[in-house]
Ligand binder design. Structure first.
Ligand code: D5M
Ligand code: FE
Ligand code: ZN
Length: 534
């Protein structure tokens, strides 16, 4: 019993005796149950109550027995409504994000020179370094668990799960009523609602209108031009789940007074003791003419201790995580053949394996796929298939996209980041040049891909794997080929750039990559440094 209390205390939670009893009543390993409960708890929880455990009970039992762990009522005509199948084929070190321009210093013989790097973890961690965890653990991904076939009912189920998970998070912040209860008797009264955004538009007079839906009905929410939440309402995107407080007119309209995103609590302090350093990479694009082999060699020389390392960081690296686009793939975009140095995708992976084999064996390597990799394009994506994995050293860990992993106890949410394309397009003020800002929007919305059905095709799985139910210590994305680092309410937010120089296509799109720059995260302090191998 005491051990369980201690485990919760270490994660910053108190636990009620009734909840303890419930945990003990599960058949199977208590440790496993505790671990699963901790994964599912929201950081805003202070005291873990019996009802919290009860809410997780079906999932926990399933996990224990199985050995592991309109949109809400869709209108006719939406994808899948006719029952068709879902298309599944289809160092130099610089201060992170805090200083917008990092000074460049010429590197000597492949050794990354150090500049500066002080972005202390807001909450502080490593308070109990006496019991460090080690190793990589996959906490959750889609691999082997995809069930959807793209039927109408799958879409309804998917959106209901998205709604209910996000409503649960918002319910901690507002006490909402069902939309169906907004009858005549509410005219002139203040009401609170939680709904999914069906539509956003601007009226001729410049007011913003948001159509919100919950499982009981729909309502039109008006953000008047001169009202306090008007500016915020410009950031609203379709399919996200929001809270609104406003005045009902009793006939299906609400005049908004405030808008509430699920967001994170003010400060998420993760007290899990972690040690070592993690290198965050993505978008190697091996096989592309633009893959920067020389820079990669400099990186390998550094990580293998073959060059001077005044920072002393190389020796402390324990983890290396790749957030997708390991290879350039084939047929990903029109005319790609002209950009390929290796035209066979298996050869691309074999070459990538050769490059990655050079990483010292003590470093745990994790590989998650992206939109150029050889897995289904619909997300969530499973991990790379066995015939590809066997090209790599057996110690490598292959996970899906997105994936929750633990790096010696620090939770990292790894997502390739294709939704950044949609966020940049839809949210004013965001740009490819500051991908970390788009990633903060994911955290505010507690969702990796708030906009449904745009650039990213999300398979309607039973569960919405994109809801950020518990804040991770690290949110790690790639895809946009630009390094971006910031910290948001205790979460270390990193976009890990690329190893591919600017392609013709990116030139046309005015995308200026920052290749061969590797973010290094010190897991004890959550300080991030940029190592430059350019
Ligand atoms: O994506 C690399 C970068 O190129 C990323 O910023 C998105 C952008 N990109 C990729 N494909 C497209 C299309 N079709 N339109 C606009 N922008 C795009 P990567 O996935 O590595 O190719
Ligand atoms: Fe890429
Ligand atoms: Zn990509």
């Amino acid at each position: 019993m005491l051990e369980i209390v201690q485990k919760f205390a270490e994660e910053g939670y108190q636990i009620e005796p009734e909840a303890l009893e419930l945990i003990n009543s599960f058949p199977g390993g208590v440790n496993q149950v505790v671990e699963q409960v901790l994964r599912r708890l929201d950081s805003s929880t202070v005291v873990v109550r019996a009802e919290d455990i009860a809410a997780f009970e079906p999932a926990l039992r399933k996990m224990l027995f199985e050995g592991r762990g309109r949109k809400l009522s869709p209108p006719a005509g939406m994808p899948g409504s006719a029952g068709q199948s879902f298309p599944s084929g289809a160092p130099r070190v610089a201060v992170p994000g805090l200083s917008p321009s990092s000074t460049r210093v010429a590197h000597s013989e492949g050794s990354p020179a150090l500049l500066a790097a002080e972005a202390a973890h807001a909450g502080g961690r490593g308070l109990d370094a006496a019991r460090p965890l080690s190793g990589v653990e996959l906490l959750c991904d889609i691999t082997g668990r995809s069930t959807c076939v793209g039927q109408y009912s799958d879409f309804v189920g998917y959106f209901r799960d998205r709604y209910s998970k996000l409503r649960d998070l918002l319910s901690r912040r507002i006490n909402a009523r069902p939309i169906e209860s907004l009858g005549q008797n509410t005219a002139g009264r203040e009401v609170s609602l939680i709904g999914m955004v069906m539509e956003v538009r601007t009226t001729n007079k410049g007011h913003r209108v948001v159509e919100l839906e919950d499982p009981t009905g729909m309502v039109t929410v008006l953000f008047q031009k001169d009202s306090p939440p008007f500016e915020q309402s410009l950031q609203v995107v379709t399919d996200e789940v929001l809270g609104v407080v406003g005045v009902s007119d009793g006939s299906g309209r609400v005049f908004a007074r405030s808008l509430i995103w699920p967001d994170l609590q003010a400060q998420n302090v993760n007290l899990t003791p972690c040690q070592g350093g993690a290198l965050l990479l993505s978008d190697l694009h091996v096989g592309s003419k633009y893959f920067l082999e020389d820079a990669w060699s400099r990186f390998l020389s550094w990580i293998n201790g073959e060059v001077d390392d005044p920072s002393g960081l190389a020796a402390g690296v324990q983890y290396l995580v790749i957030a997708g686009d390991v290879v350039d793939g084939i047929g990903v975009y029109p005319g790609q053949e002209g950009d390929l140095a290796i035209k066979d995708i298996y050869e691309q992976y074999a070459t990538a394996a050769q490059f990655l084999k050079e990483i010292p064996g003590r470093i745990k390597v994790v590989i998650s796929p992206g939109n150029h990799d050889i897995v289904r394009q619909a997300e969530p994506q499973p991990s790379l298939p066995p015939e590809i994995r066997e090209l790599f050293p057996p110690s490598f860990v292959f996970v899906g996209n997105p994936a929750w992993i633990s790096l010696g106890g620090a939770t990292s949410l790894v997502y390739h980041g294709r939704s950044i394309d949609d966020l940049v397009l839809k949210i004013p003020g965001l740009s490819y040049h500051e991908p970390e800002k788009a990633m903060v929007e994911m955290l505010r919305r507690r969702h990796l891909c708030p906009v449904y059905g745009s650039r990213v095709s999300i398979a309607p799985e039973v569960e919405d794997h994109y809801v950020i139910q518990k804040p991770p210590s690290i949110l790690h994305c790639g895809h946009v080929h630009m390094v971006g680092i910031t910290r948001y309410k205790g979460v270390t937010v990193v976009n890990s750039g690329t190893w591919q120089s600017q392609t013709d296509f990116q030139k046309k799109m005015n995308i200026q990559p920052t290749p061969a720059v590797v973010p290094y995260v010190d897991l004890a302090t959550m300080k991030v440094r940029k190592l430059l191998f350019t």
